[in-house]
Write a protein that binds this ligand. Structure first.
Ligand code: DC
Length: 237
């Protein structure tokens, strides 16, 4: 698994006895649409709390990238599911995961139930047995609170209006030197949200017990502070 997708806390904080919290898993489930800020919040929470972090979008991005590289038809569900079942976590360690085309491919393959199934077990194992040294886990994605970790002690649904999210993604691409127009980024983002929200299997939606965090009017520090306050209330950090 890529170092970019996972991180773990120093060994000194390891306390296996602290993993469950009541009948809940010592975990933070973060879901939300494209460029809502969930990844930044997740990473920073994990670092501050000594939790391990898994960006589950990178699994779908990795699958999409490998499928494109192998010239597979992204609509061929059998071929993609087959590939997902054969891929080891190592295979997802790539430098091109943040490219727009890869994000698009990820959203297409993520709509396939069998391909998703192949990735579910890895995500649950990560949460139930985090790397040594970690006091809990943070996973972010689209179905973490609803499907992967329904027993997470804290669930956040991070969102922001489309224009704010498209502007963030546009600036990120510009900073990386990728060519893009704001109009194109906005239209791609709407397409991807639509696909992620309306698919039959594990669609993007808040869990019933998720706390909504709208970051439209917040900068990254403000959004993190709100999430950290909620985590402190839950875990007594
Ligand atoms: O979070 P991201 O933009 O890196 O995710 C890329 C795509 O992967 C997203 O459009 C939908 C899919 N995805 C998913 O279906 N379930 C997840 N838990 C994470 C990502």
């Amino acid at each position: 698994m890529s170092k970019a997708t996972q991180s773990s806390a120093p060994a000194s904080t390891y306390d296996p006895g602290s993993l469950p919290i009541g009948d809940k898993l010592r975990a933070i489930a973060i879901d939300g649409p494209v460029a809502s800020g969930k990844g930044t919040i997740g990473r920073r929470l994990a670092q501050s709390l000594g939790f391990a972090y898994l960006d589950t979008g990178s699994l779908y991005r990795g699958l999409g990238a490998i499928a494109m590289e192998q010239g597979l038809d992204l609509k061929n569900e059998n071929a993609i599911s087959d590939l997902a079942a054969r891929c080891s976590a190592q295979a997802f360690q790539r430098d091109d995961l943040r490219k727009e085309a890869v994000g698009e491919a990820a959203s297409v393959v993520a709509a396939m139930p069998q391909a998703r199934q192949a990735l579910v077990a890895f995500q649950r194992r990560f949460a139930e047995a985090p790397p040594e040294g970690c006091r809990g886990v943070v996973l972010d994605g689209r179905d973490i609170g609803t499907v992967i970790l329904p027993d997470a002690a804290l669930k956040l649904f991070v969102t922001a209006n489309e224009e704010a999210r498209a502007m963030r993604r546009f600036q990120e691409l510009q900073n990386r030197g990728d060519s893009a127009t704001y109009a194109r980024v906005l239209s791609d983002l709407k397409d991807r949200d639509e696909r992620d929200r309306t698919r039959a299997t594990a669609p993007l939606k808040p869990a019933e017990d998720a706390i909504l965090l709208d970051t439209s009017e917040m900068d990254a520090d403000q959004a993190f502070k709100r999430a950290f306050d909620l985590a402190s209330q839950t875990f007594g950090a």
